[in-house]
Design a protein around this ligand. Structure first.
Ligand code: SF4
Ligand code: SF4
Length: 245
């Protein structure tokens, strides 16, 4: 079977090229290992646990983000690096933005509440805690594609996880930190939800963050300047909206 791999060598400043390899393995990570061992030792890719736990082998296959270790390939599949990050070499991308995003979203325990934790409390943060930092969601996000200042799906999902964590003494700084270039910039397109290998639903988490934010007195800045063009002055509709019933 043949697979196509988009390759790039930063040191040589060469453009990305697509190279075709013949492989016998059907699991993508095993096929990459096969190429490296028996055909081209210079092929570069990331892998760690080989069992879908570490998130390091995320790539795109035919344009869709996936973990190489969990992917069965077909004839002529195209394997590419994740989008929206700088390519270091072949299908290895720079993922150093993670630390920056965690700092920006304040999504960690700043002061421990010392509260005792029940099974129900754990359930509340269980799904979001399963994020493996694979970056698939950032690769798929159309907002992050055009605005690298956008906090993006993983950071926002992580923010919700810590807002709901009883160990956090005061979550207001986390809520405040996701307002600007965060929850209100998301188009709720679901692309991140579609590609997450952990079954996390960043879009739903962002909606929850919007609800929590409104309850805490924040508002959508896109609506604060919104002018409908309709004059709701005193008698337009035959009643005074401030008059009560
Ligand atoms: S739902 Fe929001 S965060 Fe997720 S991919 Fe779409 S714009 Fe990005
Ligand atoms: S939210 Fe899902 S897709 Fe995004 S980094 Fe975490 S595990 Fe990967």
């Amino acid at each position: 079977m043949n697979i196509n791999i988009k390759r790039f060598n930063k040191q040589n400043h060469k453009n990305q090229i697509i190279q075709t390899f013949s492989v016998t393995k059907r699991n993508l990570l095993q096929a990459l290992n096969e190429i490296k061992v028996s055909c081209d030792a210079s092929l570069s890719y990331r892998c760690g646990c080989k069992s879908g736990v570490c998130g390091s082998c995320a790539v795109r296959v035919n344009g869709v983000e996936t973990l190489a270790c969990k992917t069965i390939i077909k004839e002529n599949d195209l394997v590419e690096p994740l989008k929206n990050r700088e390519v270091i070499r072949d299908i290895v991308v720079d993922v150093s933005h993670e630390t920056l995003l965690i700092k920006k979203s304040n999504a960690y325990i700043q002061e421990n509440s010392q509260a005792s934790i029940s099974q129900n409390d754990i359930k509340l943060i269980d799904t979001q805690s399963n994020c493996i930092l694979c970056n698939a969601c950032y690769s798929s996000c159309p907002v992050y594609e055009v605005n690298k200042e956008f906090l993006g799906p993983f950071a926002l999902t992580r923010a919700l996880r810590y807002i709901n964590d009883k160990k956090v003494l005061d979550n207001s700084s986390i809520v405040a930190s996701v307002q600007d270039k965060g929850i209100w910039d998301c188009t709720l397109c679901s692309a991140c939800t579609f590609v997450c290998p952990q079954g996390i639903d960043p879009k739903a988490d962002i909606l929850q963050l919007q609800n929590i934010s409104v309850q805490k007195g924040h508002q959508n800045p896109n609506f604060s300047n919104f002018d409908s063009g309709i004059d709701f002055g005193n008698d337009d509709f035959g009643f005074n909206p401030n008059g009560g019933f």
